[in-house]
Design a protein around this ligand. Structure first.
Ligand SMILES: CC(C)(COP(=O)(O)OP(=O)(O)OC[C@H]1O[C@@H](n2cnc3c(N)ncnc32)[C@H](O)[C@@H]1OP(=O)(O)O)[C@@H](O)C(=O)NCCC(=O)NCCS
Length: 192
């Protein structure tokens, strides 16, 4: 079971942020945060008209994250409002259980640039470092998302690959997908 105890931290501007595991009752708020990021139009695979996730789907995903020891879904709460989230999901096969993919990292627009995502990712990294089987985290990010790439590099992620022209944002408008990774428990065996 992957559930993190709630902890409250104070940002540089004095704001108190609570980081805790998401619960199914958060589904309306987490889905609404995701929808707002999709509607910005720059950061997600899905475009607004392609977003089909229902509140029930979101509840089921959060419930599964609570049950699955290799998954973690954290929310950042300020005065009882969810303003950010991060989610990691590990593979289910024996060969993939040591790796978790960060597939969500969102902060509500008016809360960006204030340190919320730093607090979220540090909480996730601390969990991952203490995890009995996790060895590596990875993620994909659009090449034009320089803010997010800078943020991940700051937390130790390195660029491992680049899929050029992977995303077609519009006619004659392509960006690459950048694959980033972080070894959280480097092993002795050489990587091939
Ligand atoms: C990327 C994102 C999660 C960062 O969240 P945030 O709360 O704004 O970030 P923080 O305030 O915690 O800042 C963390 C780091 O991000 C980087 N950063 C933040 N704002 C930045 C800006 N305007 N320009 C460049 N880098 C910036 C810096 O490295 C910063 O560290 P520092 O404050 O020590 O310099 C947020 O901007 C976001 O939700 N973006 C839209 C969704 C998205 O792109 N998600 C990632 C998809 S892979």
């Amino acid at each position: 079971m992957a559930i993190l105890e709630a902890s409250t931290q104070v940002l540089a501007d004095g704001t108190k942020v609570t980081i805790r595991s998401a619960i199914p009752e958060d589904a309306v708020a987490t889905l609404s945060l995701f929808r707002s990021v999709v509607e910005e139009g720059f950061y997600t695979l899905a475009e607004p008209t392609e977003l089909t996730t229902t509140v029930e789907d979101e509840q089921a995903t959060i419930a599964e994250d609570q049950e699955c020891p290799g998954n973690l879904c954290l929310v950042a709460e300020v005065e009882s409002e969810i303003v950010g989230m991060i989610r990691a999901e590990s593979g289910s096969y024996r060969r993939t259980r040591h790796f978790a993919d960060i597939d969500s990292m969102w902060v509500e627009t008016s809360w960006r640039g204030r340190g919320i995502s730093n607090v979220l990712i540090i909480s996730l990294l601390n969990w991952a470092k203490q995890h009995p089987t996790l060895e590596k985290l990875g993620l994909f990010v659009f090449s034009n998302n320089t803010r997010a790439i800078k943020f991940y590099k700051k937390h130790g992620f390195v660029t491992e690959g680049r899929y050029s022209r992977d995303m077609k944002l519009g006619e004659n408008n392509y960006v690459a997908t950048v694959a980033m990774g972080l070894l959280i428990k480097p092993r002795d065996a050489p990587a091939k």
